[in-house]
Design a protein around this ligand. Structure first.
Ligand code: FES
Length: 150
């Protein structure tokens, strides 16, 4: 099986996988970074969102073979001990119900706030629109993103 040199959360990792293995499975199965979740596997739900060179990206669609020169950040590498402003706001608003989608939501929100640090409510709604929450905690999610931007 081929090997790929990945840079994940600032560390070099060698992953042995088929070339079309989605990053999601390399993270979870090869590197034991299980904070990134599998939801749909077809790019529709956002549960698997990570940052690739700072951009929120769905890891279920990305083959490991396309990622050798990229900076990959997962929820485990977003901050020290959950100290990112989005994670702090998440706790303040008590966002999670089942919690399954939250890593993807937080990765989408944190990348969004890098590009738009002072968004309007409408901009937050649009930015977070592609991340599905099966508990429908959308109001709390949007409130947390707004607080993180303050
Ligand atoms: Fe990747 Fe749903 S698991 S978008």
């Amino acid at each position: 099986m081929p090997t790929y040199n990945l840079k994940v959360n600032g560390e070099k990792q060698v992953v042995e996988a088929e070339s079309d293995t989605p990053l999601l499975w390399a993270l979870r199965d090869n590197l034991d970074l299980v904070g990134t979740k599998f939801g749909c596997g077809i790019g529709q739900c956002g549960a698997c969102t990570v940052h690739i060179d700072g951009t929120a990206t769905r890891s279920c669609l990305l083959p490991v073979s396309a990622l050798e020169d990229k900076e990959i950040t997962t929820i485990e590498g977003l901050s020290e001990n959950g100290s990112h402003p989005v994670q702090q706001a998440w706790k303040e608003v008590d966002v999670p119900q089942c919690g399954y989608c939250q890593a993807g939501q937080i990765m989408t929100a944190s990348a969004f706030l890098e590009t738009n640090p002072k968004p309007t409510e409408e901009e937050i709604k649009i930015a977070m629109n592609g991340n599905i929450c099966r508990c429908s905690a959308y109001n709390r999610i949007q409130r947390a993103v707004a607080i993180a931007s303050e």
